[in-house]
Design a protein around this ligand. Sequence first.
Ligand SMILES: *[C@@H]1O[C@H](CO)[C@@H](O)[C@H](O)[C@H]1NC(C)=O
Ligand SMILES: *[C@@H]1O[C@H](CO)[C@@H](O)[C@H](O)[C@H]1NC(C)=O
Ligand SMILES: *[C@@H]1O[C@H](CO)[C@@H](O)[C@H](O)[C@H]1NC(C)=O
Length: 388
Amino acid sequence: MYRTFGTLLLAATCLTNAGARPIRRWPSYTNLVEEIKTAMQASIRTSWEQGTAAGAIIEVDNPEYSVFAHKPFEYDGIMPISVLQFAMSAAVRQTADGRLSQNINDAEDGAALDGASAGSAVLLGSFTHTDNESFWADSAERELNFILNDVPRTSTGAFSHRIDTRQYWADGVYMGPPFLAYYGAVTKNQTLLQLAYDNCRLYRDALLIDGPTGPLWAHIYDDDNKTWVDEGIWGTGNAWASAGMIRVAATIEKSCFRSEMKHQTSSLVAWVKEILDGEFAALTSDNLVPDYLTGGPTFSDCSSSAAFSSVAYRGAKLWPHVFGLNYIAVADRIRQAVVSGVTDLGLLSPVVDPLNWGQIGILSTEAQAFGLMMLSAWKDLLGYEPVL
Ligand SMILES: *[C@@H]1O[C@H](CO)[C@@H](O)[C@H](O)[C@H]1NC(C)=O
Ligand SMILES: *[C@@H]1O[C@H](CO)[C@@H](O)[C@H](O)[C@H]1NC(C)=O
Ligand SMILES: *[C@@H]1O[C@H](CO)[C@@H](O)[C@H](O)[C@H]1NC(C)=O
């Protein structure tokens, strides 16, 4: 009798839930962050993913050294161990030409700037891990010299995103300029901060096009044959561009050249806003942005969405006169949509496949990183650990 009743109840429960996605309830903010983080750490990574993951780890584990912190370029007595673990792998896999994280498979990935995405984490070692100061400083300097001396320049003088042909990729704005700016801030070298700014400006000049919701960035332009490789307005391309520019702006703002470079900061902030305005106006009914606005599929993408949410939170904290409450409101809606899609293995879902930009993927390392950036930026804006 009892057993029969139990079986019936179980059957009824199964029927009710058939086909429905269970709503996952995270016990706490920390628990959610931990699951997204361990999924990222477990992921096989290419050079840009290593650097992007290291950047997310800084924000989550040692926010006092993120460029969004109060005094990020000073040692405060705490060694950022998990960040340096990522940086160590990038440095150990640095190729002879200076590219960080490059020595995987045949090391022939043709990216010129991707390796630099881990550069800030490596340079962080030079002042937070003083026993090995020269190891970190040398590694970072070799990456810098590769960019300055070996990366081909486009016709306007920007660093090409590719090594064998001169191309602008929106992605490059996250990979190269934040490292140049960070190097400039840490070593008090204004030339490098200016170079970071100039590259953001030149990439925007090359890639900005009119979209259905205002100006946004197309993905890839080849400067050798003056043709578009991908003229689509890709969500993740715009995510890289806005996330890269807000880091450069914050780095200038926290550097000792802050007052001399107010004009550069305000331009960067305006260009970040331009991207958020275009992307937020394209929000789908799921409160996510589409993979492509034009020139590709329009499925809802948690990867770029999480990045935009993080950028809006960072903007609201640092430049509240530009990014007011309406930006926070959209960032909140996106965050709720992204968190509700996180799977039982801690994966953001659905996400664009980082290797095939026109299809949905199962696991994206950069999406995991963007999710962590979103959650840490939210916490930083609130000033306390959020309740989910
Ligand atoms: C780090 O510093 C220690 C102590 O000076 C030294 O033994 C070790 O070889 C250094 N490691 C690297 C990677 O430079
Ligand atoms: C700034 O960095 C550049 C590039 O490494 C270098 O050529 C220049 O001498 C540096 N300037 C100062 C003032 O250190
Ligand atoms: C331009 O160059 C790129 C890179 O070599 C190539 O992929 C593309 O097909 C070329 N486009 C045209 C129209 O030749």
